[in-house]
Unconditional design. Structure first.
Length: 264
């Protein structure tokens, strides 16, 4: 279904746009370039958008609490989640004027509302408008920053810290203290076996920080969970907000980030 005429006709009003931060950061004129080509769609959890090696023909913008996972299959057959993309960005973002192919499998983790556009229409709009191209180039910069931050986090932070970080990130996406999320899925994000992830969750349960039910994790004490977490998600989110807004971090923010990095 094509994006409604009311949205197309009020391209300058961010509140009338799809609930995706990347689209919200477009100028009125740039959003008007894309609006005729945007289509609403509803996607279900576990639905594959692309398999590794597929040609990317469509770019998806998660809206609201929708979430897309990048999965890499290792030599032993395990699938490891390397990146989660929510309403802050786009899934299947093309990196240049030539057709791109997916390096990882892209699958819907949390189903819901999405907006999609053909890669060809998006590339044509980027050629037409240098400012629109700049916003999407910034998104690629943010994507790279999140990948680098995750690599550093995986190298130096404990499984307990990373577990707390991911649960906080997922509750932020859903705006709910309960996330429909299994320990198997958590193990895939952490890159550990299920029994290891289960032991960490059991420890958090014993400390009355979390409770679990079938296929869901609920946060009972957000403040204590935050205390258990590293600050990698906070760093990446802050960088994304600054870059998409087209501003460099202030000296105060740089000082804060240096403080946060000292905790790594």
């Amino acid at each position: 279904m094509t994006v409604s005429n009311s949205v197309q006709g009020s391209a300058g009003k961010a509140a009338d746009r799809p609930s995706n931060n990347l689209l919200a950061h477009l100028s009125d004129n740039d959003f008007a370039l894309l609006a005729p080509h945007l289509e609403d769609c509803q996607l279900s959890a576990n639905e594959n958008l692309y398999n590794s090696g597929d040609r990317i023909a469509t770019v998806y913008f998660p809206c609201g609490s929708s979430l897309v996972s990048h999965l890499l299959v290792l030599e032993d057959g395990r699938a490891v989640e390397t990146l989660l993309v929510g309403r802050e960005g786009a899934a299947g973002q093309i990196m240049g004027p030539h057709p791109s192919r997916a390096y990882s499998t892209l699958a819907v983790k949390f189903g819901g509302a999405f907006v999609k556009v053909s890669a060809a229409a998006l590339e044509k709009a980027k050629i037409t408008s240098s400012s629109l191209r700049e916003v999407f180039d910034r998104e690629v910069e943010c994507l790279l920053a999140r990948v680098m931050q995750a690599a550093a986090c995986n190298a130096v932070h404990s499984v307990e810290q990373r577990t707390a970080k991911w649960i906080i990130a997922l509750t932020a996406v859903t705006a709910d203290d309960e996330v429909r999320f299994t320990q198997e899925q958590l193990a895939a994000i952490l890159g550990v076996n299920r029994s290891y992830a289960a032991r960490v969750i059991q420890k958090f349960k014993a400390d009355h920080i979390l409770q679990t039910r079938r296929r869901a994790i609920q946060v009972l004490d957000p403040r204590r969970l935050q205390a258990k977490s590293c600050r990698c998600h906070e760093l990446a989110e802050g960088f994304t907000q600054d870059v998409l807004a087209g501003r460099h971090p202030s000296e105060l923010k740089r000082k804060r980030r240096r403080q946060l990095r000292s905790e790594i």
